[in-house]
Design a protein around this ligand. Structure first.
Ligand SMILES: NC(=O)c1ccc[n+]([C@@H]2O[C@H](COP(=O)([O-])OP(=O)(O)OC[C@H]3O[C@@H](n4cnc5c(N)ncnc54)[C@H](O)[C@@H]3O)[C@@H](O)[C@H]2O)c1
Length: 318
């Protein structure tokens, strides 16, 4: 069992990172937790309840080594990354995401830390069949963001082989939940649709809303990420709900829990190719880590709405 008493979280002021940070704080109150973030896509309010240290730093710079100094983490959760998938500056994406990851691996060497890093289901690319995607599927990144994640996966596995350090990728599918407002148009579709309905607008979907996605609630994503620190092997795990659900279902659940009944407006999809279907094959993470998601779409959206409406408390934010 990996000691979780000194933990470094990069990207800890972001959406998943802040949920992870505050869950770790709750589970390991004695642990020293350090957050490192360049605040390029975050909101400090996500960490209002955080009791530890926060460093402003870009992981792709040498300043990282100076800033982290003698902290000597046992585990590094590396979530820092450009997350705007529409950025087309290839050099920028590769420098920030891939060079940043290499710096983190070098830092891990100093204290022999286990590294859990965020990969992405986008590496699977434009899948045409409606099948659950397993980790050994040939990657086919379609934008430079996905490409950077694919290269991180390659580096992770060869680094782990060369050094014997534990490096574990968590390949998130479509994560949603509290704490993603700062992502604006790159926030999850569930957040976007929630906002449209709350503002009294009709929910808008590409024709005819029957495309399906594997939507995973952030609490499940966080659970899986923490379990990954104790993976018996260096590898990559899909992190999804294991179910493919349609955008129409999302709208109808949001309306059910918000008590509204707006008509959905369908419009033409402007893209040449738009994925019809994603679904994570969750057998590997279940077998190796015993992870089974606790939230299906109904339960996840219900809790998300209750938190957003202030009906139940949540540690991220106010
Ligand atoms: N949200 C999803 O559905 C999803 C899906 C697949 C993968 N991921 C991955 O999960 C991780 C977290 O994503 P998120 O949804 O929380 O997005 P986010 O944008 O909220 O979080 C990313 C965080 O990293 C920080 N950051 C960016 N570049 C940095 C750098 N060079 N140095 C230091 N900090 C930097 C940002 O300020 C932000 O706090 C990312 O690696 C992302 O690629 C997310």
């Amino acid at each position: 069992m990996k000691d979780l008493s000194r933990i470094l979280i990069t990207g800890g002021a972001g959406f998943i990172g802040s949920n992870l940070t505050l869950e770790l704080q709750e589970r390991y109150p004695e642990a020293k937790i350090m957050v490192l973030d360049d605040f390029s896509s975050s909101n400090f309010k996500n960490l209002k309840k955080f009791k530890g240290e926060v460093l402003a730093c870009d992981v792709s710079t040498d300043e990282l080594f100076f800033k982290v100094d003698d902290f000597q983490p046992e585990v590094i959760f590396h979530l820092a990354s450009i997350t705007d998938t529409t950025i087309t500056d290839q050099e920028l994406m590769m420098r920030k995401n891939v060079d940043g990851f290499k710096n983190i691996l070098e830092l891990a060497m100093e204290s022999e830390a286990t590294v859990v890093y965020a990969s992405s289901a986008s590496v699977y690319g434009n899948v045409r069949e409606q099948v659950p995607l397993s980790e050994d599927r040939e990657p086919s990144p379609e934008n430079v963001y996905a490409f950077s994640k694919r290269i991180m996966d390659n580096i992770a596995l060869s680094f782990a082989e060369k050094t014997g350090l534990k490096v574990v990728g968590v390949r998130y599918f479509n994560v949603y939940g509290p704490g993603e407002a700062h992502k604006k148009k790159y926030a999850s579709m569930i957040y976007q649709l929630y906002t449209q309905i709350k503002e009294g607008r009709n929910p808008r979907l590409f024709k005819y809303g029957e495309q399906k996605r594997d939507f995973v609630y952030v609490k499940d994503a966080v659970d899986a990420t923490i379990l990954a620190a104790n993976s018996p092997v260096s590898t990559i795990y899909n992190v999804g709900s294991g179910e493919a659900r349609s955008f129409n279902e999302v709208v109808s659940l949001l309306q059910r829990y918000l008590g509204t009944n707006y008509e959905t407006i369908y419009f033409d999809c402007p893209y040449d190719f738009y994925q019809e279907f994603t679904q994570a094959d969750m057998s590997k993470i279940k077998k190796n880590l015993g992870f089974v998601p606790k939230y299906n779409l109904e339960k996840g959206i219900k809790e998300f709405v209750e938190i957003m409406e202030g009906k139940i408390p949540h540690y991220v934010g106010g």
